[in-house]
Design a protein around this ligand. Structure first.
Ligand SMILES: CC(=O)[C@@H](O)[C@H](O)COP(=O)(O)O
Ligand SMILES: NCC(=O)COP(=O)(O)O
Length: 259
């Protein structure tokens, strides 16, 4: 299974002080040296962490494929065509969200996404769609000409955290998931099953299947068992672990769970 390292949160740390340190560009050689397969960055419309200059330098200098996550906004798509990453992953974006909340509504935006797919294909940029694990979204994705889907694991990760970590007793407890343990357990089984079924269906339709969002050293183990998923993109938990063990060690620990 391939591992893409999302380095957004290095830029989050830089932006916390509005300085030039740490520089996400310094991460790219370490990602390569640690044995991971891809760099993932999200160029948000509000540029809250990764900015145009970061994206340009990372794409030009990375010795690994760069997966650029972005919205379907025209200004951003023009930027992607100029930056020419290896892959673009289209994601939904809400300005006020803390992180990506749901999957892209490919059904509603099918004409727009099909047009983007053609423009990216002309520039030999792969296209992936970040979607919720439902058969409707997988079918709509396949019809756009995208080569990949990335299944949003956020709901699975949230249920897992409410069940097996201290999140429910913290200030960031997720209100909608404040349920008894038995109910959370059932929800976790359902969410895992949905991801598994979605991965199988997408694979059957000829799509390459990635997954990600909120994955960490604990919850990743069940996802790794879904054999149709050939790539995971993981960021926040690896950068968080790096604070204590260093970036390369944190990546290697994650790779150890994947392979
Ligand atoms: C699409 C996705 O799941 C993540 O890449 C996430 O959107 C990263 O962006 P943030 O780091 O801004 O949350
Ligand atoms: N595309 C998913 C991704 O990059 C994961 O990011 P994170 O939630 O692990 O920070």
């Amino acid at each position: 299974m391939l591992l893409g390292i999302n380095i957004d949160h290095i830029a989050v740390l830089r932006e916390a002080r509005k300085v030039n340190d740490p520089d996400p560009l310094d991460a790219i050689s370490l990602v390569k040296r640690s044995g991971a397969d891809q760099i993932t960055i999200h160029l948000r419309e509000d540029r809250r962490h990764i900015n145009d200059d970061d994206a340009s330098k990372i794409i030009q200098n990375a010795q690994l494929p760069v997966n650029l996550e972005c919205s379907i906004n025209e200004e951003i798509i023009e930027k992607v065509l100029e930056l020419r990453p290896h892959r673009a992953t289209l994601v939904p974006e809400k300005r006020e969200e803390v992180t990506t909340e749901g999957g892209l509504d490919v059904y509603k935006n099918q004409t727009r996404i099909t047009d983007i797919a053609k423009r990216l294909a002309k520039e030999h940029i792969e296209l992936s769609l970040f979607i919720d694990p439902t058969s409707a979204m997988i079918e709509a994705s396949q019809q756009t000409g995208a080569q990949w889907v990335e299944l949003h694991t956020g709901l699975y990760a949230n249920i897992y955290a409410m069940l097996y970590s201290n999140l429910s007793r913290s200030a960031h407890s997720i209100k909608a998931l404040e349920l008894d343990r038995e109910s959370l357990h059932v929800k976790l089984i359902e969410a895992t099953h949905e991801l598994e079924m979605a991965a199988k269906y997408a694979h059957q339709l000829g799509l390459k299947v990635a997954a990600g969002h909120g994955l960490n050293y604990h919850n990743v183990k069940r996802i790794v068992q879904i054999k149709e998923i050939c790539e995971l993109n993981i960021g926040q938990s690896i950068i968080a672990r790096s604070v204590f063990v260093g970036f390369e060690s944190a990546i290697k620990e994650m790779l150890g769970l994947l392979r």
